[in-house]
Write a protein of this length. Structure first.
Length: 227
């Protein structure tokens, strides 16, 4: 038996995506859309000035990220309403408004971003304009989260500190490492690592890791000398 997919208006609110978590109302979306269109002009003022110095570049990166997030939010709200019910004329019109006009078209944003990247890199780097330009619409990832790279550094330092003790045959090192593994997610990372004898509140694990890296460099230099 064939079934007709109900429209969004026929679905209980608790079973629909929470539109209010993005914008409280359609009026709020309209206001933000108008605001974003004006914000885009803030990007154009950076053309010809990315090379003015670190402060200018930092300001551009911050502004571009803010505007890109705002554009994505405006488009997401409109596109979700359109996608859940393509027969909804009001949603279709809203979706079209989000895409219509030079200020909010993907092509316009791609061209602007590509121009800015080209200016920033200069003639030394050959860019694929479509590929580079679309970065305005990409979702922010964990790579841009605060202190993300430091999490890698501290994680690697903790791993080396664990390994050095075990490989050196330190008393109870293997048992302490197993206790760390058994803790799983039951403890905060700092507390779990302390079970293995690694204190990440001290500089020792990082210094140990720097020592390991220094050994790798020494080994590499010896291998080069043998050639």
């Amino acid at each position: 038996m064939s079934k007709t997919v109900p429209s969004r208006s026929e679905i209980a609110v608790e079973h629909t995506w929470d539109a209010a978590s993005v914008f409280e109302s359609g009026a709020a979306w309209e206001a933000e859309r108008a605001h974003v269109a004006g914000e885009l002009s803030a990007l154009a003022r950076f053309q010809g000035h990315l090379g003015d110095g670190p402060a200018a570049l930092a300001e551009w990166l911050e502004t571009a990220d803010r505007v890109a997030n705002a554009v994505s939010k405006v488009y997401l709200y409109a596109s979700m309403f359109h996608n859940v019910d393509t027969a909804d004329q009001a949603a279709a019109a809203q979706h079209d408004r989000a895409e219509r006009g030079e200020a909010l078209t993907a092509d316009g944003m791609i061209a602007l971003m590509a121009d800015l990247f080209a200016e920033g890199y200069g003639g030394e780097v050959q860019l694929e304009r479509e590929r580079v330009g679309i970065t305005w619409g990409q979702f922010s990832t964990h790579l841009y989260s605060n202190f993300y790279v430091y999490q890698y550094a501290t994680g690697i330092s903790a791993a080396h500190a664990l390994a050095v003790e075990v490989l050196a045959g330190a008393p109870d090192a293997a048992e302490r490492y197993l206790a760390f593994l058994k803790a799983g997610g039951s403890l905060y990372p700092l507390d779990a690592l302390k079970l293995a004898g690694v204190d990440m509140t001290s500089p020792e694990p990082v210094e140990t890791t720097i020592g390991v890296l220094a050994e790798y460099i020494d080994r590499l230099e010896r291998l080069i000398d043998r050639r």
